[in-house]
Ligand binder design. Structure first.
Ligand code: SF4
Length: 412
């Protein structure tokens, strides 16, 4: 599963070769669990039951665990629980302390350090919550929190204040009240189920919830946000897909950050969702040493398209308490976007956003392509850095002059 960074002469492979290596699909394999039967390994409930949840288990399965990781794992249950499915654990490269999969799920002591500008609820969700478990931040849509449990826990989780209940938030969704609120607000046309992970619910429970939401006439559109396709692809059973397809239009947003997460198992799992007619998007978080590299990000987005998943959002990491060691800079995010736009398929380019601290909602962040606008023209820059003039009168009507490319000296 390792990304081969070396060539025959021991040097870094050229970037084109590295891109191709990153885009290869592999199985996660069985690793330590080679004796487990196929039936058990492919059973999502077996995977959940056998998750790695303690520092001692981590030490047993990962002899290269560092003291910083061991100490972080020991303290994890006071902040955000530790849990890793055996399937996902197999994607970790034990020889690499900075393995991009390892960094996402193995706690570090650095999580206990909180900078003054970090927050437990960086997106201000609790202040936009009219009913427990429902966030009504935007005019026509709501976030419906279904559970506080996930198949595994991401160390940068925006909702770590409530997810896993490690810090005693004591989250209790009240489906009756949440559904009643939606029914009483005809402006809500879009409901996003999230959590925790909604796909941890049994098929029956999820079907019951989706049926109740579908019965509300003004709810046009349902969405599920889930990391299960990448943490636990075994959960995406044919039965689950057959149930979900009864509730169209229903979209699913998956969550992956590094191309190594897109295994043959994940490709098959999201393929089953796509075959059920479910449009798929991906949300990534920009993370230091995980995906803050244009080649890694290009491999991720191209591989997602091969899985029939549209890269949807790239999030700047929220100012969540204890996440500074994983946060990449906005300038790095902009640099990556520059390397994607125009350099690869438009469908592969996600929207880079910052969730405005304190509850301002998602704000799109783009490299500057408009060089200047004035009374008769708009100067724009393309992905190669060439500048073009788009003639336009101040009232927006064309000026009649033909558009032209501008030589750099004229700009100066
Ligand atoms: S799966 Fe989502 S909700 Fe769960 S820990 Fe990861 S980011 Fe948080």
């Amino acid at each position: 599963m390792k990304e081969d960074k070396s060539s025959a002469n021991g040097e870094e492979p050229p970037s084109g070769h590295r891109l191709q290596l990153l885009k290869e699909f592999h199985s996660a394999g069985r690793g330590y669990w080679h004796d487990v039967s196929d039936a058990d390994w492919n059973d999502w409930r077996w995977q959940l039951k056998h998750r790695i949840t303690t520092a001692e288990q981590l030490q047993k399965f990962l002899p290269t665990l560092t003291p910083e990781e061991f100490a972080g794992a020991k303290l994890a249950n006071t902040k955000l629980a530790l849990a890793i499915t055996p399937y996902f654990f197999n994607l970790i490269d034990p020889a690499d302390e900075n393995c991009p999969v390892r960094l996402q799920v193995i706690p570090k002591l650095a999580e206990t350090q909180t900078a003054p500008w970090e927050m437990s609820d960086p997106c201000g969700e609790d202040s936009h919550s009219p009913v427990s478990g429902l966030v009504h931040r935007y005019p026509d849509r709501v976030l419906f929190l279904v559970t506080d449990r996930c198949a595994a826990y991401c160390r940068y989780c925006t909702r770590s204040r409530l997810v896993s209940n490690a810090s005693g938030y004591d989250f209790h969704p009240e489906f009756d009240r949440q559904i009643e609120y939606i029914a009483q607000h005809p402006e809500i046309r879009d409901v996003l189920l999230s959590g925790g992970d909604p796909l941890l619910l049994s098929d029956d429970k999820l079907e019951n919830l989706l049926s109740r939401l579908r019965a509300i006439p003004h709810v046009e559109f349902l969405r599920i946000g889930s990391r299960i396709p990448t943490f636990l692809p075994q959960r995406i059973t044919p039965e689950l897909c057959a149930m979900l397809k009864k509730f169209h239009p229903l979209f699913v947003s998956i969550h992956s950050n590094h191309p190594r997460e897109l295994t043959t198992e994940v490709r098959d799992a999201v393929g089953r969702l796509a075959d059920a007619g479910i449009p798929l998007g991906n949300q990534s978080v920009l993370l230091k040493h995980v995906n803050d590299d244009p080649t890694v990000m290009k491999a991720l987005v191209q591989k997602l398209l091969m899985c029939r998943v549209k890269p949807y959002y790239l999030y700047q990491c929220d100012l969540i308490s204890g996440s500074a060691h994983l946060r990449a800079s906005v300038s790095k995010g902009l640099e990556i976007m520059e390397q994607l736009r125009g350099h690869t398929t438009g469908y592969a380019v996600p929207q880079y956003v910052i969730d405005a601290p304190g509850g301002g909602g998602k704000v799109p962040i783009n490299p500057e392509y408009v060089v200047c606008r004035n009374a008769g023209r708009v100067l724009i820059r393309n992905y190669e850095g060439k500048v073009f003039e788009y003639p336009e009168a101040p009232d927006g009507t064309p000026t009649g002059k033909p558009p032209k490319e501008i030589e750099e000296p004229q700009l100066v």
